[in-house]
Design a binder for this molecule. Structure first.
Ligand SMILES: Cc1cc2nc3c(=O)[nH]c(=O)nc-3n(C[C@H](O)[C@H](O)[C@H](O)COP(=O)(O)O)c2cc1C
Length: 195
């Protein structure tokens, strides 16, 4: 059985800087073929915010029936999960953060109900983060990366690092950052190498 990759695109600006970096990474991942990649553009998904109703802490299920129901099984079956998000107000995009908050159900299964969250307890999952920001502030990525690390920790996904590019405000500007694109490609090759 081949490996499954889940690419969660967090920008509402389709074809923008984080999408471009993600595609470079995916090009590296698929260099040698035989890889099953699922691309999810979160902005096209109807995902409502967690309302902290605690239903999942009792029932192990979320009471909100929306497109998040399509993403839970993909998180479960994928060996490599890549999340991209632009920096918005020093954090993640709303699309990305809303998806992450809805994974409270996974936290609840693990830490409140003491149940495995996954159908495959043995599966080793790796995670990677991609981000871009318009300015050059040194602490731009702290908030977003911390949230991503915590999200991956909750799902027992091993954090394999990030590609975070500053100073790219306009759509597609990241194409000028040749080294960042190369890094993304090479990281993609590396990520699938152990399989
Ligand atoms: C709502 C919003 C908030 C933003 N906040 C920041 C910010 O706090 N710091 C920053 O450097 N850039 C900020 N930006 C700029 C984006 O991070 C930048 O344009 C990035 O390249 C967008 O990535 P994308 O093309 O993948 O959407 C913001 C843009 C928007 C639309």
């Amino acid at each position: 059985m081949g490996i499954h990759i889940l690419a969660l695109f967090g920008s509402p600006r389709r074809g923008g800087n984080t999408d471009i970096l993600m595609e470079e990474l995916l090009n590296g991942i698929s260099r040698d073929g035989g890889i099953d990649i699922t691309r999810i553009y979160l902005c096209d998904y109807d995902i409502k915010p967690c309302k902290a109703c605690a239903y999942c802490e009792i029932h192990g299920e979320c009471c909100i029936q929306d497109d998040m129901c399509k993403i839970y099984p993909l998180l479960d079956r994928s060996q490599i999960i890549i999340v991209s998000s632009p920096v918005y107000f020093f954090g993640l995009s709303a699309q990305c953060k809303t998806m992450i908050d809805r994974c409270h159900i996974i936290w609840a299964r693990k830490f409140v109900l003491n149940e495995p969250w996954s159908e495959d307890d043995e599966m080793v999952r790796q995670g990677f983060f991609i981000s871009a920001a318009g300015t050059n502030n040194p602490s731009l990525f702290y908030g977003g990366e911390m949230t991503i690390r915590n999200f991956f920790d909750c799902l027992d996904i091993l954090y394999q690092g990030a590609i975070m590019v500053r100073g790219v405000q306009e759509k597609g500007e990241v194409r000028k950052k040749v080294n960042a694109l190369k890094n993304a490609y090479n990281k993609g090759v590396e990520l699938v190498n152990p399989y």
